[in-house]
Design a protein around this ligand. Sequence first.
Ligand code: NI
Length: 266
Amino acid sequence: MNSMTINDLLAAMWRDYIRLNPQADRIARLFADRGEEVVNDHIALRTFNLPGIGIDVLAEPFVRGGYQPRGTYSFPNKKLVAKHFEAPGLPKVFVSELQVELFPPEVREMVTGLVAQMDPSLPERQDFCMVGRPWNLSYDVYTRLREASEYAAWVAAHGFRPNHFTVMVNALRTFQSLQQVNDFLEAQGFVLNDSGGKIKGSAAVLLEQSSVLANTIDVAFDDGIHPIPGCYYEFARRYPGPDGELYQGFVAASADRIFESTDRGQ
Ligand code: NI
């Protein structure tokens, strides 16, 4: 796998993502039908902060491919921290991790029990960020994790794979605002995440974001197949900062609500 270029990896991640999230493919095609060329603002990855699988491990192939760490973020309500990475001309990569030690012992044990099943050499793979779920999981454990943390349950069920891709609204020519994108999506029958309002952020914080709710998808558990929320598609419009350049960071208060796009599916 070490011969993969960063562009190969990004393309493989997109294929994995639209296989799990066909509504993103449908939306990208709707934009293409309008003559748009969709530019990806960022890709988001999720993990646990356990040894060998933390943010820096997921980010390593990107860093080796030329990405550099930029912002760091904290989401105390969700017990998450995150970093974002940038490389010229490529989508940003936003990697978050759950602070497992902040949960009660029974939750910690469920999570460490999953991770203990992993082949320890797996994180060395260049495509570790999209290997999927490398452990067995019962629907009962999933449900109990979900009561403690929607995020923990999502990682437990889907493993390592892109949680969302994000359309860069600035690069769309036939939409003048994020509101217009939202109106278009709703007219096409997509359901937007309205936690904290359909548009998170504002021009004042240099970033506006919205997202459709995750698709509900059938996932195989040890004890059968159950429908659960999968991935979602996000839309971001950036504004220039005092230096005249488009702001490239993230706004924690907005991302806090965007995380909830996988709390229920559509
Ligand atoms: Ni995002």
